[in-house]
Write a protein that binds this ligand. Sequence first.
Ligand SMILES: [Fe+2]
Length: 375
Amino acid sequence: MAPSIAEISEKQEVSSITVPVKATTGSEETAPKVRRIIEEEGEGKTPASYPNYLPTWDHGEKYPPLEPFVHVEHGLDADPAFKDLLPEGSTIQKLTPTIGSEVHGVQLSKLSAAGKDQLALLVAQRKVVAFRDQDLADIPIEDALEFGGYFGRHHIHPTSGAPEGHPELHIVYRNGSDGEVEAYFAGRNSSVQWHSDVSYEQQPPGTTFLYILDSPEVGGDTAFVNQVEAYNRLSPALQERLHGLTALHSGFEQAEFSKSRGGVVRREPVSNEHPLVRTHPATGEKALYVNGGFTRSIVGLKKEESEALLAFLLNHISRGIDYQARVRWAPKTVVVWDNRVTAHSAIFDWTTGERRHLARITPQAERPYETPYKA
Ligand SMILES: [Fe+2]
């Protein structure tokens, strides 16, 4: 079977493509198989800047299906003047008119509850915000998770690597030393794969955090697209037609891909139907909620109709550089985005062998809903 878009996008993110699973703790009979990057790098040594964040894959780790929970949307309580988030002396600059901002002079981990509420609102409005000079990677992992947990229940990824004892962290890791780039581009023209993280869950993530641990000097940026603006650009006639439609989002292909590579499947895969247009609870904005990673079909349409409409919408999103932003990583950067109203893509463009290592905190949000169409 040809790899699907979801497989490729997740493979970029977790880099579990080229290294086979190895049994590394105890004997195969007595201990779960655990694959550790640090052991693959030789004698328990690694040049990684944050070895505590290196991923492991534990085949003994199994989780039951996710249960519904009540999400509290903190952006709703936020003061839109942002005084607790952006105090005097801090700076905020737009990356583009419709999406993306960059902030200096704020320490996320020290924010008050009011500041965190304002962070949720700012990120919903700007879609993605890069905060420079952060200490999130330097404080204990428990404290980083406590900070992120304010924004929603931590999502535990079904297939990705995580630091031992912290399955709530999704680790993005590539050391580029294994012919991976050549193998990838032997079969693909471009690495761009737009997706919204784990949109197959019944309550997909909202305010989401990604922080850099090691990065190539140049390359490995992350691109974001504003799905509210993508919706706004559609004609009223098409906007109206999309209302009431739902699409199927599937995690099955990702689980299959992980299995086929000898990876883990911590939780049985699921699929869910979500509205094609969802409303953001804090801003009231409507966003197109389809992505190339996980959206498989439009419910109620015949196969050719579904494929044609989905292809149009995904092409519309991917070509909209006039409502996209590209974030360049620098040491100690934390990027915060709202997965409900954006899609993003890793950019796989450096061939220097430099390590790219990031950690994602992925709080889940409400079940997607839409409000009535208004002309
Ligand atoms: Fe992602």
